[in-house]
Design a protein around this ligand. Structure first.
Ligand SMILES: Cc1cc2nc3c(=O)[nH]c(=O)nc-3n(C[C@H](O)[C@H](O)[C@H](O)COP(=O)(O)OP(=O)(O)OC[C@H]3O[C@@H](n4cnc5c(N)ncnc54)[C@H](O)[C@@H]3O)c2cc1C
Length: 406
């Protein structure tokens, strides 16, 4: 066993948050050691669906490489000795440790989902890593029957990417509509229409119960009511959960994610956490913008800016489904009004555009834009600032129609 002596900051996880932090620290003169288990060059996970759709090659989504990257998996943290154990047998010492371990895909409790040695059967894929994406990409060809389980942002992106590659896609969503976490019913309907136009068969209120495997490969997916769909490919897009195994085993405070304060410190002052694996003020975001913001704040703190604080991110969900008929969508905050809220809504059925904002006590609390994103910049600023809206002359309609300066 070799022992690497190290007085620098050590970051576990070379995803969006870890790479951003390591780069910022390098720029600020405090190089960090970055440890990542994935064998590919660090990449922008948000763009994986574009790789699957065949629009980008994997090189295009590579992140600017950080100076020092060690490829191995960290398997344990010894907090008393301040060392890490790695899968390759090395031990790495740290003064300050940062967990940027991201999320794992949720694997739903379906019968037949695992082989006896706890692997996914041939043809069944999660959709989280470049390896997942390349595996799916290799298996998809025109006419392949693909079932995507889950109709959130991830499932919608996967279904559309597979359809663009010529697969016959069925999207099975358990709840009553697509992307229900971000979208109101009208916007959900437009997403559904867009997928249907691409040839995707969308089923809502549909619960998958079983994955049928023959000779080690998936053959069909069976519903709770007994109905079966033939499948050569199955994509699991059932959400993610923060990757907290290392933190838990080391005895750090963990709820859904690793608990952090406004300085992104865990319950051990020598250890910080950022990105999908962190839980700040009750929130586990699972989104790129908060991960990057947390990395920036922590870089400032670790390079002597003691006043930097992370106070939460008001982050907007954007989805762009490119193709012959491109589809753009942005949603933020509360998209469904409470009694007493003001709502302004503009719909153009022929052009497939939809715009809506929700206002409470003169403050913008949420909105959704489909197809027509000209006003998104102005709206996002009004929402992020949480300032009272000007009360003169129909400000609501103005917000939806004024696309100047965005
Ligand atoms: C297909 C897809 C589309 C998405 N689209 C959007 C979108 O449109 N908008 C948006 O805001 N977000 C989107 N997301 C979510 C976004 O990608 C995540 O929020 C973001 O990547 C979080 O960054 P992170 O650095 O915390 O985690 P990750 O990017 O997951 O990086 C964590 C890294 O840590 C590594 N790691 C973990 N444990 C260890 C260990 N013990 N040793 C070594 N390495 C380890 C992992 O292998 C991984 O490389 C999407 C995600 C996917 C999968």
């Amino acid at each position: 066993m070799s022992m690497t002596s190290n007085t620098r900051v050590v970051v576990i996880g070379a995803g969006l948050a870890g790479v951003r932090l390591a780069r910022r620290l390098g720029e600020l003169g405090t190089p960090a050691l970055l440890i990542g288990e994935e064998e590919h060059r660090p990449y922008n996970r948000v763009l994986l669906a574009e790789v699957l759709a065949g629009r980008y090659s994997p090189d295009v989504i590579a992140l600017p490489a950080p100076a020092e990257l060690t490829r191995t998996r960290v398997t344990g943290i010894d907090r008393a000795a301040r060392t890490l154990r790695c899968a390759d047998g090395t031990e790495i010492a740290y003064d300050t440790l940062v967990l940027a371990t991201g999320s794992n895909p949720v694997l739903p409790p379906l019968r037949g989902l695992f082989t006896p040695d706890h692997e996914l059967p041939e043809g069944v894929h999660a959709f989280r890593t470049m390896d997942d994406c390349l595996g799916l990409s290799k298996a998809v060809r025109p006419g392949v029957r693909a079932v995507v389980i889950g109709g959130g942002l991830l499932g919608v992106s996967a279904a559309r990417a597979l359809a663009m590659r010529g697969a016959q896609v069925v999207l099975a969503q358990q709840s009553e509509r697509l992307m229900e976490r971000q979208l109101d019913p009208a916007a959900s309907k437009l997403v559904r229409r867009h997928l249907t136009d691409l040839g995707v068969e969308v089923h809502t209120d549909l619960r998958v119960r079983d994955v049928r495997v023959v000779g080690g490969a998936v053959r069909s997916v069976e519903m709770a009511d007994g109905y079966a769909l033939d499948a050569d490919l199955v994509v699991l897009a059932c959400g993610v959960h923060p990757r907290v195994g290392l933190a838990k085993a080391a005895g750090l405070a963990v709820h859904k994610g690793v608990l952090v304060d406004d300085r992104l410190r865990t319950s051990d002052p020598h250890i910080h956490a950022i990105g999908d694996c962190a839980q700040h003020d009750g929130n586990v975001y699972g989104l790129a913008a908060p991960a990057l913001e947390q990395a920036d704040v922590l870089a400032a703190l670790l390079t002597g800016n003691d006043t930097a604080r992370y106070t939460g991110t008001r982050s907007l969900t954007r989805l762009t489904l490119a193709g012959q008929a491109p589809f753009d969508l942005a949603a933020f905050g509360e998209t469904e009004p409470r009694p007493g809220d003001d709502v302004v809504q503009l719909t153009d059925a022929t052009r497939g555009t939809y715009r809506k904002v929700v206002v409470r006590d003169d403050r913008l609390v949420g909105g959704v834009l489909v197809g027509e994103l000209g006003t998104v910049g102005a709206l996002a600023r009004a929402w992020e600032g949480a300032e009272p809206l000007p009360s003169d002359g129909g400000p609501l309609l103005h917000l939806l129609t004024n696309d100047g300066g965005s």
